[in-house]
Design a protein. Structure first.
Length: 283
């Protein structure tokens, strides 16, 4: 197993991509979320809408067995079999109007090797979305690479959350997962190939995408705070949720911040998140 020092050549590695912020991906996301007003009427990129742009463009010949691009290009060549988007810390500095071109500058800022056998590797990538006015969004994204399920399974840790003030029950079926994969051009097979998810990566079903679940939490927040201006958002994936299994979106308010989490009926939170916001003034 390669130690952290073996990935030093990837620290500081950078790439830039250009994209145009068109309305079409937002229209598709609104359809998936049953036309929420915060998406329907958007004249500028809504919170977390940037995840629909600067999508991967690897040629088919460069796709690995898991559906991701073959490792060792921009990201380090971590040999562990499982990969997941473990969390993000997002800061919103300025508006991004629909219709403009923006640059996303991505930099590998950290690599950590954990576990007794080095069977966990965490890569942090900083994304900066840049308009003509400067940096509009900064996101530190944590990508986790894990060993085989039996090698990385730990006893679950109970996470105690405050009493929720708003709860909404929902479920993500295989059709919803497929549509989200299509919107984001995400070919990771754990989200649509049930045989692969079970036999290769050891999951009991199709896995709900981390950013899909995070966007569900943001949707839950904005339905309850339609006049909020989001300043920061962070989430952490703690355990997977699977297609067809009902779960709850929960919200607890505390001043200018709101705690969000997703939980199944029998488990502690599968994802936790925090929103920092203020209330937009009426024009």
């Amino acid at each position: 197993m390669i130690g952290a020092h073996g990935y030093q050549d990837w620290l500081g590695r950078r790439e830039e991509r250009m994209d145009t912020i068109t309305a079409a991906p937002l229209v598709r996301l609104a359809a998936l979320f049953d036309e929420p007003s915060w998406l329907e009427s958007a004249q500028q990129l809504p919170p977390l809408g940037h995840w629909l742009y600067h999508l991967p463009t690897s040629p088919q010949s460069a796709i690995g067995v898991d559906g991701h691009a073959v490792r060792g290009g921009f990201l380090p060549p971590v040999a562990l079999p499982r990969r997941m988007w473990a969390g993000s810390r997002v800061r919103f500095h300025g508006d991004i109007p629909i219709g403009i071109q923006i640059v996303r500058r991505s930099t590998v800022v950290d690599v950590k090797v954990k576990g007794e056998k080095g069977d966990k590797v965490f890569v942090t990538v900083r994304h900066e979305l840049i308009t003509g006015e400067g940096i509009a969004i900064t996101e530190d994204q944590d990508i986790a690479y894990l060993g085989a399920p039996q090698a990385t399974k730990n006893p679950s840790t109970l996470i105690v959350m405050p009493p929720p003030t708003q709860v909404r029950c929902t479920v993500a079926d295989s059709v919803a997962l497929f549509r989200y994969s299509a919107i984001t051009f995400n070919a990771h097979r754990i989200h649509y190939d049930r045989d692969y998810a079970r036999s290769v990566e050891g999951y009991p079903g199709l896995v709900v995408h981390g950013p899909f679940l995070a966007t569900m939490l943001m949707d839950h927040f904005l339905r309850n705070q339609p006049n909020a201006r989001v300043r920061a958002f962070e989430f952490r994936a703690r355990s997977p949720l699977f297609d067809g299994v009902p779960f709850e979106l929960c919200l607890a308010e505390r001043g200018g911040e709101t705690d969000l989490w997703a939980r199944s009926s029998e488990n502690s939170p599968a994802m936790t998140a925090t929103v920092v916001f203020d209330i937009a003034c009426a024009s």
